[in-house]
Design a protein around this ligand. Structure first.
Ligand code: GN1
Ligand code: MG
Length: 361
């Protein structure tokens, strides 16, 4: 992979003098290239996040900035007290910089905050879920027709399922044979995409503006109190379904180990984390949830874990073209990890549904 270099002209375009900033790589995202800028002035306001947008994944980078701007304007008008990071404007008035075929955008850095890659206590799961719930609530009245999908069909499980089928057909023999058992196991859960197929057109299952990447490191926490301050990474803020945001929290907060874990016996459902996230998220949306949305809260976890599982397996069958891998069976292991998580989740269906009911009152 080529090393990305920040050219002085990029900072200049944002009205910043290159000589006044220290630049370092930042964060753990796999998709975009992220840098943190420290101003020599030492003022906390003089810090920025600069990102080069990955245009293999985001083919329409303008859409990201347009959506982000629409949301921040709406929030400033309707929820002025709500803290939301708006993108930094270029000298020419735009928000997206094109430089030598690459696309860059800048955001203010929020001082006195930190992120965690895994939830270490239920309190963190609660704080993060509350932030995502608040975002969904505050954006509930916005006109969805103003938004362009930044990744079309991103969480369209019907399409993800059919890409999985194509990958099975087109895979090299060796990989297909290696994955045969796992393919079979995912096929046994085909009720999950069938349910999605029905939900998609259900009038009681509306589109909402969703974040679509609700993992815990996309929430900034106050470095003194640990309280949730705001959400970040708004690249996939676009119309979608409630199950995406809730489901990805279930997928990423509830097990003590991440999708990278290969000792699958360590994948378990921590009821207290599941409860913390429902307690954080559901009250924020209050009575705005429809009957069908309420009924589908447990399904949300199944939906996202299953989808991520087949996305990893699809990539394994395709020869690792999407997710960066460190060894040949990496995507296979990630898929097996997600399958295990799905099984653990299903075993606890009754207990978890009881928890959900507690927070729907
Ligand atoms: C990708 O790069 P990251 O971690 O923000 C992916 C998500 C997956 C996640 C799985 C644009 O997100 O959908 O859930 O990997 N984002 C994109 O680790 O494909
Ligand atoms: Mg992300």
């Amino acid at each position: 992979m080529a090393i990305t270099i920040v050219h002085p002209r990029i900072l200049e375009a944002f009205g910043l003098d290159f000589n006044h900033y220290q630049i370092e790589r930042f964060g753990s995202g796999l998709i975009n290239n992220t840098f943190r800028l420290h101003g020599n002035s030492g003022r906390s306001r003089d810090e920025f996040i600069l990102q080069r947008i990955n245009t293999h994944v985001f083919k329409n980078p303008e859409a990201i900035l347009n959506n982000h701007r629409r949301a921040s304007e709406y929030l400033a008008q309707h929820h002025p007290a709500y803290f939301f990071i708006a993108p930094v404007q270029l000298k020419d008035g735009k928000f997206l910089l094109e430089w030598n075929g690459d696309y860059w955008r800048m955001l203010p850095f929020v001082a006195h905050t930190f992120t965690v890659n895994e939830a270490d206590d239920p309190g963190q799961a609660f704080e993060a879920a509350k932030q995502f719930g608040r975002l969904a609530h505050n954006l509930a009245g916005i006109d969805l027709s103003l938004f362009t999908p930044t990744i079309p069909n991103f969480h369209n499980l019907t399409l993800r399922y059919s890409s999985f089928q194509s990958a099975i057909n087109d895979a090299e023999v060796e990989r297909r044979e290696q994955a045969a058992d796992l393919i079979e196991e995912f096929e046994q859960f085909s009720q999950i995409p069938i349910t999605y197929e029905e939900l998609k057109t259900d009038s009681d299952f509306p589109d909402r503006l969703m974040h679509h990447d609700t993992k815990i490191n996309n929430v900034l926490l106050d470095d003194k109190t640990g309280e949730g301050i705001c959400v970040i990474d708004l690249d996939t803020l676009m119309p979608g379904k409630l199950i995406s945001d809730i489901g990805d929290m279930v997928r990423t907060y509830v097990s003590p180990v991440s999708e990278e874990e290969t000792d699958f016996s360590r994948i378990i459902i921590r009821d207290d984390y599941y409860e913390a996230l429902m307690r954080g998220y559901l009250p924020e949306l209050g009575n705005t949830l429809t009957k069908t949305e309420k009924e589908m809260l447990f399904y949300a976890g199944q939906f996202m874990v299953y989808m991520q599982g087949i996305r990893f397996l699809t990539d394994f069958l395709n020869g690792d073209v999407y997710y960066p891998t460190k060894y040949p069976a990496h995507n296979y292991d990630r898929a097996k990890n997600q399958l295990t998580l799905l099984e653990r989740l299903n075993e606890k269906e009754a207990v978890l549904k009881k928890i959900i009911r507690k927070y729907l009152k």
